[in-house]
Design a binder for this molecule. Sequence first.
Ligand SMILES: *[C@@H]1O[C@H](CO)[C@@H](O)[C@H](O)[C@H]1NC(C)=O
Length: 482
Amino acid sequence: MPRPNLPYVPPSSVLIIGSGVFGLSTAHALATRPSFSSTKITLVDRITHIKDGDMPSTDAASMDSSRIIRADYADPTYTRLADEAQAFWRQQGDGELGGGGRYSESGMLVVGVEGTGGMKYVKESYRNVKELAEEGGYGEKIVEYGSSEAVTGFLGTGAKGSGDWGYLNKVSGWANAEKGMAWLLDQVKRTARVEFVGGTVDSLVWDGEKGEVTGARLADGTTLGAELVIVAAGAWTGALVDLRGLCTATGQVLGYIDITEEEQEKLKDMPVVLNLSSGLFIIPPRDRVLKAARHAYGYLNPVDIPSSKVLQKKVSLDSKEGGELGTMRISLPRTSADSEPRLPLEAEVDLRRAIEQFIPISGLNDRPFSSRRICWYADTPTGDYIADYHPAWKGVFVATGGSGHGYKFLPVLGKKIVDCITGEGSETVREKWRWRDEGEVTIVDGVESVVTKDGSRAGYPGMVLDRELEGKGISYPNGNVN
Ligand SMILES: *[C@@H]1O[C@H](CO)[C@@H](O)[C@H](O)[C@H]1NC(C)=O
């Protein structure tokens, strides 16, 4: 088995593919862990319109105006892990992670509707954060809103739906995602241990006879060699390593609305609002921009790619580079780097519904979006990450499967991933993130997709982006219920 025996002997060189929150935090953890002090560390990421070292690309999932920072999870392991991360977000001194407008502890209202899967998640999450808060002596910061009237009363929107139940977690908040990444990049640069390479990885390089990955080839033909290759390419990972049945790229919708200074003033104390029965959420406005988004099953974007470029699941002679294996169809991101983002009508309608349901300013839901975006998740069946050695190939470790909830762990994720590399740290976490057997797949347009069933997703699985854009999809514009 490729998993090394203890005691762990660090490799002489590591190549990390991808500088999103998984890759960049891993680079930082390797660069600062004494046992890797003689390891050469290289980080490669796509460079589109930005200069060398300014990573990641702006269309990456880690890069956005905001990400929710919450310990509100139905799974207590993530509640504890998020609590550990949040201690760093709360450090707001000069140069610290949470300073410089990178973190705002606005609070978060989490709601659901009785009888839905989303509600189950809300209740479990409430139990977990309440327990955490009581242990920490701040139980009063988790406030229950036990009816629709209480929820809409709090929001100031007046009665709308019924059956709502929710709670306000006063110690959750949100981060300026792009600024957080810039801070982390700066920390990595300060170690002076990591060499940054700008370039798009075309494929891994492997030796089929030895069953070993030896590096990566870039689109310009150059090759980067390393004893250990860490693939952390987010939703693009499936184009480098065959992850069918394990991880699927799904597109999630975001819309931004420009508001006035007055409107912003009115909303200045609003918390993040997250409805787990619809997946809709709103981040409090900043710089006169309000963001509405949806955490749902998401869209698939089926693409045919040559199988010969993808590290196959098993080592075989066919796995020799350049072997004739035909094509494979997987879902891959389509971002602003590919074309101007457009949202399907059902998404626009849904995002407007979020504004109408959560924001007490009438008419705001009719205002045009100033910009739109599709954020690409790397979804796994359970929502657990993958941070493990490839089960068949030597010299390759995969760190992906963020499932739309990785960003908040920015200050601790890399350390945990390196623990998975060396076999240290919490066994619970290592076990959660290990390479699983292939799960149940749903075939949609030839894509063997997995569906995240962690209870946090709303809407309908298996929507295909192009079909929804053409108005021929399976969407139901109103009342998506998780
Ligand atoms: C939450 O979403 C559900 C499902 O779409 C909806 O029925 C309910 O009214 C929403 N609640 C709030 C407070 O927005």
